[in-house]
Each structure stands twice: as C-alpha cells, then as structure tokens.
Design a protein around this ligand. Structure first.
Ligand SMILES: [Zn+2]
Length: 352
C-alpha cells in the first residue's frame, strides 16, 4: 500500500489542504481498477468509518497476495468542507464561499479529456482543484463508489439506469433496502464519472457500459456511525470487490436486496406549512395510501392548528429529515413507491 497526499493551496494566504490517498497495486492487469471515496459532503461520516475498516481488510489481503486490481481509496475526500464550522455546526454540504453543493459542478468532460482536469490547475479555486483531483483519480478506474449518507435513512443507493441490473451485486453485498434508478442528468460526482465514460471520445454517446460502475451509495443517516455497522459495511464492500475480481476471496452467494424504484416513483413528502414536525412513521416502514405520516403543528394551541400529512400512495419510507421544525414546502420524507409520483421533479439525483 502506498499513502500519498495531494496538496491543494488555499484561496487565502497561509492556508493549504492535504488530501491523503491510499493506493494498492493489483497483481492482475486485466482485473478492474477501483476508486472509492467518502465524505465528499464532509459531515457524512459513515463512509469514512467504513473505509477505515475496509483499508484494514485490504492491507490484510495485500499481505496474502490477494489484491488483484488496482484500488485507490480516499477516506475523507473533502478537507475544505470538514473545516467549515459555522456558528458551532459543521457545514459540510455547501461551500460557504460560493454556496455551491460540494457534490455538484463537477466538470462534464469526455474520458479522452481526462488529462485536462489537472493541467494548469493553478487557474482554479481550491474547491475546483479538489473536485478536479477527485474526478481525475476516479476516471482512472472502472469501478467508482462515492460514499454518502442521508439525514435519516435506510441503506440505499442512486444508480444510473445505465449500470442496472449489473449493479445489483453491490445492492446485495451492502444489504441495501432500496435502489433509486436515476437518469444520470446532473453534475454530481458519480454522474460526471458516468458522463465521461458515455462520451469516451468526441461525438460518441454510449448507452451501455458493461463492467463499469459509478454510484452514489447512501449509507443510512448522518448519525449512523457505529463500529459494528461500519465493519459490516466494510465486509459487504469487500464481498462486492471479490465478486468483481478486484480482490481474491471465496465467493459467497449474495443475499437478496430490497425494492428498486425509478426516481419518478419517489414521493417527496413536503410540509404544507411551517411548524413543529411530529412524525408518526419511521424509515424502514411500509405505508399504505392515505396513512398518517406526520402532524405539523403550524399554529400551536389553536383548535385547527395541526395539519395532517398523509401518504399519497403505498410505499417504503426510505428517508426522513432529522430536524423537527419545517419551513413551508420543506422535504419531510422520501417514499419509494410502485407507481410514478404525480409531482414534477428536476432531472438528476434527488439532492444526494
Ligand atoms: Zn451526500
């Protein structure tokens, strides 16, 4: 294993950022190359914990000659976001200087243009340099995993339809309870990677990418950071890598996984008015159309001050907000359903 650091000059005097990168060299040139990062949203730590244990497992595999394909791991991909403590809270999702989501605005380039990402990199701000380094590393691999988590949530993933159903091995290995099939139309990290592959050379647009995978994994909620969970997820990810021939291991049959829903079938439940949120139902529960999900106390003490929020159709509650105060139209839950939602949605992932 080789550990190096990418050094990114800050945008103000006296500041620089250090990004540790772990690299394992594979023994089989034909084995897939893998890139895994965590905590691009710097306040989402389940992936960082997972990778701590996965790296331990990979070091052990290396000592036994079990690393077949090259593996690059960045356990904490966003030192800039990790440093943004603001009024006592970590603000790891948006760059405070530009208000840009750290998981948006990745350059959408063709794979052949990969060297341009880090050419004359001094022309870019620190955040853009970080994004370019991360994307450049990812584009050297065939399997790319971006580890995130939700606010409160089940184990699930956004998977570009291009990679489905081939990616069902990852869903099974990580014991996912839901998979959201997306259309790959945004500038999120996973989609910038897939965009480059789809446009490998100029004028090309590939609709199938066998043997490749770029995915955003949502490792439950921000507070789901525990030793047993992280070890279990690390073992799951190791099983996935073994199945893809990246590491040597006896192949155990993978378990079944949960529901698969296109993004059109995700009901985003919103607060009708501002108020205190009283949830009646939790993530992981199945609900029927019309069932009470939450009460919003919009006007405390008034006879008509409480509003009911009900399920628009049958489904599985995949995520829920952790705050208990809602602004008008704020998201409360995402429910994976059997039928398309009647609400309109923007293209791309649902704020991964
Ligand atoms: Zn995230």
């Amino acid at each position: 294993m080789d550990i190096s650091e990418i050094i990114i000059a800050g945008d103000t005097p006296g500041v620089e950022w250090r990004l540790p990168v772990f690299r394992f060299k594979g023994t089989k040139p034909e084995a897939p190359r893998t890139y895994i990062q965590a905590a691009l949203h710097a306040n989402e730590l389940p992936g960082t914990a997972l990778l701590h244990f996965l790296l331990e497992r990979l070091r052990q595999a290396e000592s036994e000659g079990g690393i077949l394909g090259d593996i690059t791991v960045v356990p904490q991909a966003n030192p800039i976001g990790a440093a943004q403590a603001h009024f006592g809270e970590l603000q790891g999702r948006f760059d405070l200087g530009t208000r840009t989501n750290f998981n948006r605005d990745f350059p959408l380039i063709a794979l052949g243009e990969r060297p341009s990402l880090v050419e004359n990199i001094d022309r870019h701000s620190a955040v853009d340099r970080l994004k370019r380094h991360l994307l450049s590393m990812a584009l050297g691999a065939e399997l790319v995993l971006d580890l995130h988590c939700d606010d409160e949530g089940l184990q699930y993933a956004y998977v570009d339809e291009t990679f489905w159903p081939e990616a069902s091995d990852l869903a099974a290995a990580l014991d996912m309870q839901a998979v959201f099939l997306s259309d790959g139309e945004s500038s999120a990290f996973e989609e910038a990677v897939a965009h480059a592959w789809k446009h490998e050379s100029a004028g090309e647009r590939r609709t199938s990418l066998p043997g490749r995978l770029s995915v955003t994994v949502e490792l439950r909620g921000t507070r789901d950071v525990y030793p047993e969970m992280a070890r279990k997820d690390a073992e799951g990810l190791y099983r996935f890598l073994a199945g893809r021939g990246v590491v040597a291991a006896e192949n155990h049959p993978l378990p079944a996984f949960g529901v698969v829903a296109p993004l059109d079938n995700i009901e985003i439940i919103r607060a009708p008015e501002a108020g205190a949120i009283l949830f009646h139902r939790d993530v992981g529960e199945s609900v029927k159309a019309g069932e009470l999900l939450a009460t919003i106390i919009a006007r405390p003490g008034m006879a008509d001050g409480a509003l009911e929020v009900r399920a628009p159709q049958d489904g599985l509650i995949v995520t829920r907000v952790s705050t208990r105060f809602a602004r008008r139209r704020a998201d409360l839950m995402k429910i994976a359903c059997g039928e398309p939602s009647r609400a309109v949605r923007k293209p791309g992932t649902l704020e991964a």
